[in-house]
Design a protein around this ligand. Structure first.
Ligand code: ZN
Length: 332
């Protein structure tokens, strides 16, 4: 299946063997064609607007609104910012180009913004408009750097952690501890629950999270807990949030969701009953909707619509579209 999901399809070779060669990595870091994803306080460097970016084109390569700094074109000022950045990570390579990501300080972030007519922005704000490859690259960089910032001290003994393997392994400085930390992803299940009623109409179960604005409806979702399979997590979450019992559970697709560090694992599930009992702490409202009703939903953020679809770049939207436009897969 061509999922066409945002934040998937990263085009780089992640270069695992290269991560283990510190000398070669240092050479790549200094190479003229190396490209650098730059973050500041978790936000990504993007062009302020098209005209301003055009003025800065001598210094940067531009793709879909995102600015990747290029060593070859960087001025002395920008080079100095890059060199003193914290948490440098090697992302991978494509053809002869190597890609790194760095986190710069707030002060250095301002230096870049002034020099490049750029700004730092949350990936969620630009994600839907980025090319698939760029969105995946930036999501990868954001996720990796978030992890680096979360783990600055050893969780076992509290000593400082040192990065190796291109920033993909963190090791405790305390010799008799030797704790090693690897990048982590938190698995979450997200599921389109469906049921064919006694009237022969197939409907899906959508809800509005207690923290969302009126009109925002989506598939149910939740984090996987220790000691349960993905399928068990689907059944538990649906039961807890809506009181609906789920039978068959089938995998559809997955999506990295670097907000900040989840892997969304998408399912289509068949409900065994339709009575809804809400957990008001989690879900403000939930209901069964036919395809005809969902097809009439407004776009995400539409203030004039009673029911709106999820964001275009989300797997929730993908699961709903998958259900809307493909043959009914089950029911009773
Ligand atoms: Zn330690």
């Amino acid at each position: 299946m061509n999922t066409d999901l945002k934040y998937t399809g990263m085009a780089l070779d992640r270069g695992d063997p290269l991560r283990r060669d510190a000398t070669a990595l240092e050479q790549r870091w200094c190479a003229a064609e190396t490209r650098i994803v730059t973050l500041c306080q978790g936000k990504l460097l993007v062009k302020q607007h098209a005209q301003a970016a055009a003025h800065a084109s001598a210094n940067v390569s531009q793709t879909g609104g995102a600015l990747l700094l290029r060593r070859a074109d960087a001025s002395e000022l920008i080079d100095a910012v890059i060199e003193r950045a914290s948490h440098r990570v090697f992302l991978g390579q494509q053809a002869t180009h190597s890609y790194f990501a760095v986190e710069v300080s707030a002060a250095d972030g301002q230096v870049l913004c002034d020099a490049l007519a750029a700004t730092f922005i949350d990936l969620r704000r630009v994600g839907p408009w980025l090319s698939a490859e760029m969105a995946a690259l930036l999501g990868y960089a954001k996720g990796l750097l978030f992890w680096r910032q979360q783990y600055q001290f050893c969780p076992r003994c509290g000593q400082a952690l040192h990065a190796s393997q291109g920033g993909h392994v963190l090791s405790c400085a305390q010799v008799d501890c030797s704790c090693e930390i690897y990048p982590r992803t938190d698995p979450a299940v997200i599921m389109l629950v469906e049921r064919t009623g006694s009237d022969g109409v197939n409907r899906c179960l959508l809800g509005r999270n207690a923290n969302w604005v009126e009109g925002s409806f989506s598939t149910l979702a939740g984090f996987v807990e220790p000691g349960e399979s993905l399928e068990e997590a689907v059944r538990r979450e649906v039961q807890e949030e809506t009181g609906v019992t789920v039978g068959e559970v089938g995998y559809v697709a997955s999506q990295p969701w670097p907000f900040p560090s989840a892997l969304m694992v998408g399912f289509r599930a068949t409900a065994l009953d339709s009575n809804i009992t809400l957990d008001p702490h989690e879900v403000a409202e939930a209901a069964w909707f036919s395809r005809e009703e969902v097809a009439g939903f407004g776009a995400w953020g539409d203030e004039n619509s009673r029911h709106n679809l999820p964001r275009k770049d989300s797997i929730a939207r993908f699961l709903i579209d998958h259900w809307l436009y493909q043959a009914c897969s089950g029911g009773d």
